[in-house]
Design a protein around this ligand. Structure first.
Ligand code: MOS
Length: 737
């Protein structure tokens, strides 16, 4: 029986729940020193003086580094690339400038973490302060066109302004989303150790071991073959661990100076400044349609903040390039503003989760203005061709997700008028939104080894962030080899293994998974060749096409030879298959590839208190073939909860005078908890997409976040008649005035 498609349980579940899985900060290494970061309390200016004398004399202290004695680093390479992914281009402890609150100004290294933290409190710093720039509607007026970062910064297809002008019905509005932080359960940690031959090993809570190796190699001027990066388990990444942040560089440099292992674990508070965050957006959308609701033009522009030294772009308007067709044309654009915060970064469903809030809210506004059902409006504007590139979509499950999702939700029982549904004192509202998510294609390598006992090992520099990589790769290799998944061991998270790609963009299943499939198929073909023509061939004389992998070995007609026996007969200890997946870049392929969803939310609103509760939620997803419905469902419920956080709770407030993020722990920064979450209903409505991956899979994880927020705010409109255009939803905007 094939295991792909089955709800196989987590291969690493027991390790995790028993605490046997070692996360970076758990890794014991003899003689380790501990680093504590002293960070700036001002957001802009310079350090006028730093007195480290008391800290240096404190118990257990081995060294105190400031910009005065920190070894110089090489600049990060420009332009930014995923191959050498710096989180920020401004490197730690290299000069006296202060660009953001929470910037490292000293690193204390001591025998224990407590000694380092205590000595850090003894470092005396005087600052010269200048007024910080913060992101708001005022500073946004100075937004400028940034250099291209991931995709072209702006786009125009057709004549969108003419299309908008000629439309019978128009919507134009501004939508905003908030700065947010990743808040992973596992704080970032790093542990660097140099051996006698100057080989550097970095244990790091990273989503990208090979990128970490390249960036450290460049910044430290160490050949990359002298660097090993290990990351076997990550306790939540969400993009916040996809790049190399200053603490990783600081630990590696300090360990080189001190000739001892150095470990740094960020404090919870430092996770709001030592690493990136998801930046706010101010988006303007103009939509126009004919009287039936068919779109005639779309214009979508977005402004987002970045640091004073980097040009990160939140590509919120990208979605409008490809989501809906518009007869006249579509234009999109992005601008950025330099502010005194650390550099923003991708945060779970970056770009899409911001952009869909605007466009899928605007579509809802259009539906009410025309008097068309919101589901029907979307069906009407579905497009088989990507308006941006003119290519057909490989697969596009929008229609199926809308129809099957609506049926599951009971959309036909909805009264269309706002304020028309009630339950006791609560107003009830139902909203819908469609989502799409970028399909990333990256090359990846993997190796699968058959062992003498007939079991197999998958080896690849992939990552496990909680999504289930160990499990799904087991399934893929098991099916190719005809083994039960339990007979496949998976080893990942080490740059000494065949190189894979970053665990970002929800791309691991389709890309890294493809490399495992190729490796396992290559291994199976080698085994078949042995069985047919090798030494003591059990199937001598047979044709290779008649041999298949099943039952823990190879099968020819009614005969089975187990892998252990086959290896023994052949006089081999093991057998290896290599996989090298080299997909054509998405933009150069014949098809436009995205995953899709339609999501339905029911809210109850207490107008007296301005409280919104999610009552029910149905998500219908087209992520191609689903490899493991159990881990896929877990991704979806995690994504919906994440989206609820974006809609109702999450916001990193900045003090406008001090330029600091105000909330720096879980009590001030609100995230959804169990009591916020009702039953979540998840259905998969995709098909095998051979263009997306040999496995037929498209990206799922981040897709499930996208459009949760507009589904909820559209439901709030249906409940109350109040249109929410700013996230997170503020109580005062919902309360009866
Ligand atoms: Mo994700 S923000 O691509 O790790």
């Amino acid at each position: 029986m094939s295991s792909v498609g089955q709800p196989v349980r987590r291969a690493d579940g027991k390790l995790k729940v028993t605490g046997a899985a070692l996360y970076t900060a758990d890794i014991p290494l003899a003689d380790t020193l501990h680093g504590a970061i002293v960070h700036s309390v001002i957001a802009s200016g310079r350090t006028a003086s730093i007195d480290t004398s008391a800290a240096e004399k404190a118990p257990g202290v081995a060294a105190v580094f400031t910009y005065r004695n920190m070894p110089r680093m090489n600049p990060t390479p420009k332009p930014w690339s995923l191959l050498h992914p710096y989180g920020q281009g401004y490197l730690p402890l290299q000069d006296d400038q202060i660009h953001y609150a929470g910037q490292p100004v000293a690193l204390v290294v001591a025998d224990t973490a407590d000694q380092a933290a205590y000595a850090g409190t003894l470092v005396k710093i005087e600052y010269e302060t200048s007024p910080p720039v913060v992101f708001d509607s005022n500073s946004a007026k100075g937004a400028f066109d940034p250099p291209q970062f991931l995709w072209p910064v702006s786009s125009s297809v057709g004549d969108p302004e003419k299309g908008i002008a000629e439309g019978a019905v128009k919507i134009e509005a501004v939508y905003t989303t908030a700065d947010r932080h990743h808040n992973q359960m596992e704080p970032h940690a790093t542990l660097s150790t140099w051996d006698e031959s100057d080989q550097l090993t970095i244990f790091d809570s990273t989503q990208h071991i090979s990128g970490t190796r390249e960036l450290v190699s460049i910044v430290m001027g160490v050949p990359h073959e002298k660097i090993t990066v290990v990351s076997r388990f990550v306790g939540g990444g969400f993009g916040g661990k996809a790049d190399v942040w200053p603490h990783t560089l600081m630990a590696a440099v300090a360990a080189r100076v001190l000739r001892r292992p150095v470990r740094i674990q960020l404090t919870r508070a430092q996770m709001y400044s030592m690493v990136g965050y998801g930046p706010a957006t101010i988006q303007t959308i103009a939509l126009a349609a004919d009287k039936s609701g068919k779109l005639t033009g779309i214009r979508h522009d977005s402004i987002s903040p970045t640091s004073t030294f980097d040009n990160y772009i939140e590509y919120a308007a990208n979605v409008s390039r490809s989501l809906w067709g518009a007869s006249g044309g579509i234009s999109t654009g992005h601008k950025i503003v330099h502010v005194n915060h650390n550099t923003p970064t991708a945060m779970r469903s970056p770009h899409e989760a911001h952009g869909h809030f605007a466009v899928e809210s605007a579509m809802d506004e259009l539906a009410y203005k025309i008097g068309v059902d919101p589901v029907a409006l979307r069906l009407l504007n579905d497009t088989p061709v990507d308006p941006y590139t003119g290519r057909p979509f490989s697969t596009r499950g929008v229609r199926r997700c809308l129809i099957e999702g609506a049926q599951r939700f009971g959309w036909n029982k909805r009264y269309p008028e706002p304020r028309s549904m009630r339950d006791g004192r609560d107003l009830i509202g139902q909203g819908v939104a469609v989502a799409m998510y970028t399909h990333w294609r990256w090359s990846a390598k993997a190796r699968v080894v058959l062992r003498h006992d007939g079991s197999a090992v998958v080896e690849s520099g992939m990552h496990e962030l909680g999504g289930g990589t160990y499990t799904v790769m087991q399934q893929v290799a098991a099916d190719a080899l005809g083994l039960p998944p339990g007979s496949v061991e998976v080893r990942l998270g080490d740059t000494r293994l065949p190189a894979s790609h970053a665990a970002v963009g929800s791309a691991t299943m389709a890309n890294a998974g493809a490399s495992v499939l190729l490796a396992a198929n290559a291994l199976r073909d080698k085994a078949v060749a042995l069985a047919v023509t090798g030494r003591g061939a059990p199937f001598a004389g047979a044709s290779v096409q008649d041999v298949r992998a099943a039952n823990g070995g190879l099968v020819l007609g009614s005969r089975t030879v187990g892998y252990a026996d086959l290896l023994a007969m052949s006089g081999l200890d093991g057998l290896t298959g290599e996989g090298d997946y080299q997909p054509v870049e998405e933009a150069r392929g014949p098809k436009s590839i995205f995953s899709f969803a339609a999501v339905f939310a029911e809210v109850r609103v207490d107008e007296e208190l301005g409280l919104v509760r999610l009552n029910r939620f149905v998500g219908a997803y087209d992520a191609g073939r689903i490899i493991n419905p159990r881990t896929a469902r877990s991704q979806a419920i995690g994504g919906i909860i994440w989206g609820l956080g974006q809609a109702l709770l999450e916001k990193s407030e900045t003090d406008p005078n001090l330029g600091r993020f105000l909330h720096r722990n879980y009590s001030g920064y609100l995230v959804p908890t169990n009591a916020d979450i009702p039953e979540l209903d998840v259905i998969f409505a995709g098909e095998f997409d051979s263009e997306a991956s040999p496995l037929g899979a498209k990206g799922l994880g981040e897709l499930t976040v996208v459009s949760v927020a507009p589904a909820i705010t559209n439901a709030i409109y249906h409940a109350t008649g109040k249109r929410i255009r700013d996230l997170p939803v503020a109580v005062e905007n919902v309360m009866r005035s």
